[in-house]
Write a protein that binds this ligand. Structure first.
Ligand SMILES: Cc1ncc(COP(=O)(O)O)c(C=O)c1O
Length: 349
């Protein structure tokens, strides 16, 4: 049986969170002399002389409506990278506990674990980039507190079979983190629809991909109210700045634009998927539910450097185990994709 309190780090359970100046009074006021701000104004204009809402009330209320969850089930961070780091800090005692992840996958799980001195155990995905469930279950140790599953997976692009995720949610007494950074480009439902069934589930999403707001740094973690309260307790009080809160709130009104952009990106992805295999240097193109494609080529580093010379930057993933010979290519605009295809066609093997 999953028991949240039993896996939270004892020091995190014990500690009191920082109480911000604005948390300490109730009622209305119009003279704020409590936070050592500059009351004359801001050189950045607007009301940026004031600290932002540490609880991000407005944003959470609107995101909750869009995502079909309660505001108390949402954590907002400085990118989902912040949520990854805080999950490690909340649940893994340095030098004792461990994180389990399934490479080839997103590199920040390992970077954050290293930073926090948390052991990383790994189980390689199958050649089809699916989870070898039995092997994963066997690799779970008493000190394994977090299991990271990325779906659609970066850098492979495929979605992970939901049955595998369900089996792991049923069989792991730690926390299963499903990283859905690319979910808007996929057709499968989000795991946020299963939060009520699984108290050990955390779903990560981000405004950096489909929403086109990577520069604003806003990531989301969804989980039970109790689990989200733990992340909120340990986050830096003002982790989401005022400009981001305002701009994202405005963008949340434009879900029609989001839908159109996602449609266009998916259409461009499918065009690339059918054009790439016709090029000589391309050996195979992996299925993608994301806004990028993993492509196996005959000379990954040669092609990578050649494209760089032409001013086209892709990601060389050929040194990653399981991705030998592969480049990861983001879907660009129609013109950019045509330029890429033309350049690859002219590459001399
Ligand atoms: C799978 C995955 N998770 C999380 C992130 C981080 O996103 P954010 O910009 O919200 O920190 C990325 C960014 O590339 C990603 O690929």
């Amino acid at each position: 049986m999953f028991n949240l309190e039993s896996i939270v780090r004892p020091n995190v359970l014990r500690m009191k969170p920082y109480a911000s100046a604005r948390d300490e009074f109730k009622g209305n006021a119009n003279v704020f002399l409590d936070a050592n701000e500059n009351n004359l104004g801001s050189l950045a204009g607007e009301n940026y002389n004031r600290y932002p809402d540490p609880h991000q009330h407005k944003l959470k209320t609107t995101i909750a409506e869009i995502k079909g969850v309660k505001p108390s089930q949402i954590f907002l961070g400085n990118g989902s990278d912040e949520a990854i780091d805080l999950l490690l800090r909340a649940f893994c005692t340095p030098g004792i506990d461990a994180l389990l992840c399934l490479p080839p996958t997103y590199g920040m799980y390992e970077v954050s674990a290293n930073l926090n001195d948390v052991r990383i155990d790994t189980v390689q995905l199958t050649p089809e980039f699916q989870i070898p469930v039995g092997e994963v279950v066997q690799s779970i140790k008493p000190e394994t507190k977090l299991l990271f599953i990325c779906s659609p997976n970066n850098p492979t692009g495929n979605s992970i079979n939901p049955e595998s995720i369900e089996t792991l949610l049923d069989n792991f007494e730690g926390i299963v983190v499903v990283d859905e950074a690319y979910i808007d480009f996929a057709t499968a439902p989000s795991w946020t629809t299963r939060l009520e069934d699984y108290p050990n589930l955390v779903v990560l999403q981000t405004f950096s991909k489909a929403w086109g707001m990577a520069g604003l740094r806003l990531g989301m973690a969804f989980g039970s109210k109790q689990l989200i309260a733990i992340l909120d307790k340990i986050k830096p009080p003002y982790n989401v700045n005022e400009a981001t809160q305002e701009l994202v709130l405005q963008a949340l009104d434009k879900t029609e634009v989001l839908k159109d952009m996602v449609e266009e990106i998916v259409q461009e992805r499918e065009l690339l998927m059918s054009a790439l295999p016709q090029l000589k240097v391309v050996e195979s193109v992996y299925p993608s539910d994301a806004n990028f494609i993993l492509v196996k080529v005959t000379d990954a580093t040669g092609l990578y450097n050649y494209l760089l010379d032409k001013g086209i930057v892709v990601r060389n993933r050929s040194s990653l185990k399981g991705c030998e010979g592969c480049l990861r290519i983001s879907v660009g605009t129609l013109e950019e994709n045509q330029e890429l295809l033309k350049a690859i066609a002219e590459f001399k093997i």
